[in-house]
Design a protein around this ligand. Structure first.
Ligand code: HEM
Length: 269
């Protein structure tokens, strides 16, 4: 073999490792982003005002005098995440079984071995495949409506726009895929070692399970809250949330408080 072909072979052999590194890197960013994303979306559980505050802060409304913010900031954030999402998915496709025969061999071997980590890998393949479609729809909607995130617009999208079934499927897939992905990354690169490898694996697996349960519960509660808001808002679809609404909603409670503070007629006389 001449020196040129040895050199080119060397270059070829480095490519899979580089692609693996790129997949791990994009996966790590997306996995951590999804945890932050769930807290931001989950703010709806604290009320419409809390979610509105988060949405406006994402639009950098604190930088503008009018308080309207810059939807372009959201657009560029979504564009960045969408790009990472596509790169990560393209890199992941390399590992997919590409024929029915390959798929059968993998499933047969999984049944034979019954090895948890291999089963987890397969869950990642399946959820990744579903997310390729469901995630793209969501990201496209966000990309084309960067100024359309507010408690009512989001709830209308879910109920009147019938997006809730897609969000439900996406939620299950993303929580399984994300936490399994982060667990596998820790195992692969040897992060958070605790005692012997068996102990590390057990501790990481416990953490992964807890993270899945926590984020899945938060996501389902948030989805239910959005659905209730969306159902109550069906007659006013497209109407945006106004900050004053929180104040208006509080009026009956304030009136009751004032009444309670006023001396009764008996004490007056
Ligand atoms: C910067 C990018 C993103 C933004 C700005 C964003 C924003 C939002 C918003 C505002 C909602 C509430 C519903 C709505 O308004 O339609 C939502 C829900 C959701 N998003 Fe995203 N998202 C982003 C990326 C992603 C990605 C990459 C995924 C997963 C592939 C994802 C998965 C979900 C899921 C599962 C829900 C439903 C949450 C629940 O049921 O509680 N999002 N997102």
């Amino acid at each position: 073999m001449d020196s040129y072909s040895i050199e080119s072979n060397k270059k070829k052999s480095r490519l899979p490792a580089r692609l693996d590194l790129a997949q791990s890197g994009t996966g790590l960013i997306l996995g951590l982003f999804m945890w932050v994303h769930m807290f931001l979306v989950g703010s709806i559980v604290l009320g419409k005002g809390a979610f509105n505050f988060v949405a406006k802060t994402m639009e950098l409304s604190f930088l503008s005098d009018t308080g309207h913010g810059y939807p372009a900031a959201v657009f560029f954030a979504v564009l960045t995440v969408f790009t990472l999402f596509i790169i990560h998915a393209l890199l992941g496709v390399r590992k997919f079984p590409i024929s029915w025969k390959q798929h059968r061999i993998i499933v047969d071997q999984m049944q034979m071995m019954n090895h948890t980590d291999t089963n987890l890998w397969y869950i990642q393949v399946v959820t990744g495949f579903i997310m390729f479609f469901a995630g793209s729809v969501h990201l496209y909607v966000m990309l084309t409506n960067p100024g359309g995130i507010d408690p009512y617009m989001s709830a209308d999208r879910m109920v009147s726009g019938t997006m809730w079934p897609l969000y439900f499927i996406l939620l299950i897939c993303v929580e399984l895929h994300g936490s399994i992905g982060l667990y596998r990354l820790c195992m692969k690169w040897g992060w958070f070692k605790a005692g012997n490898p068996k102990e590390t694996r057990q501790k990481l697996k416990t953490f992964k399970n807890k993270a899945t349960i926590f984020f899945l519960s938060l996501g389902i509660i948030a989805l239910l809250v959005f659905i209730v808001i969306g159902i109550n808002h069906r007659s006013r679809v497209g109407e945006r949330y106004s900050k004053l609404e929180t104040a208006v909603e509080r009026v009956p409670a304030l009136v009751a408080e004032v009444k309670a503070l006023q001396p009764s007629d008996a004490t007056h006389q």
